[in-house]
Design a protein around this ligand. Structure first.
Ligand code: ATP
Length: 188
């Protein structure tokens, strides 16, 4: 089961992936979390911080090699949930090449849909609770515009391949999760 989650910052990708990972027993891979770990624990830290702390994207090749290393590990053999990757058309193309070389394919690409007002409200609240350095008003605005410019085209990329499944992410996390499960189970 290989599933990709695409959605603007604050749309709940992480929340849904954590629940689904438990339910399906496949690992949850968040490129945002991987990058924050690299920022805080590796020599690449300052380079990574230069991109992510201001809400800009890390370089495509760098992210692709990080993801291909992780999905080659044994716990990913029966599948994985990708949260926040691919985030650019170049990443989607690199990922397709990676999958083709291994005769793999994606089962679902979910698009979480929510209004900017709701996203901003959620991220401001999260910064109060978790203190993420990129949840400040200026950085949130930048992340939303980076999403429109760089990530929205990824939705068209997968829509052209008949893979996109939009989900209303304005509902409660429980309702979104129930809808996700129904879509996976009926393979609709
Ligand atoms: P959520 O609200 O679901 O946590 P998010 O977009 O706010 O989503 P993350 O997905 O954790 O947060 O990403 C945090 C930051 O990490 C992004 O703003 C970006 O700088 C960087 N990042 C994450 N994934 C990628 C990627 N695939 N390519 C490039 N940069 C990435």
């Amino acid at each position: 089961m290989r599933i990709v989650f695409i959605g603007p910052p604050g749309s709940g990708k992480g929340t849904q992936c954590r629940r689904l990972s438990k339910h399906l027993g496949v690992p949850h891979l968040s490129t945002g979390e991987m990058l924050r770990w690299k920022r805080d624990n590796t020599h690449d830290g300052p380079m990574v911080a230069g991109f992510i702390d201001g809400g800009n994207l890390a370089p495509d090749q760098f992210v692709m090699s990080m993801v291909s290393c992780r999905i080659s590990e044994s716990d990913c053999r029966s599948g994985y949930l990708l949260d926040g990757f691919p985030r650019t058309v170049v990443q989607a193309e690199l990922f397709d090449t990676h999958l083709d070389q291994r005769n793999g394919q994606l089962d679902h690409v979910f698009q979480l849909v929510a209004s900017d007002d709701e996203l901003i409200r959620r991220m401001i609240r999260r910064s109060e609770l978790e203190g993420r350095v990129d949840d400040t008003p200026e950085t949130i605005a930048n992340r939303l515009s980076v999403y429109q410019a760089r990530t929205r085209p990824v939705i068209d990329y997968y829509a052209d391949r008949g893979l996109i499944r939009p989900i209303d992410a304005m509902q409660s996390a429980e309702t979104v999760f129930a809808n996700l499960l129904a879509m996976i189970e009926t393979n609709e």
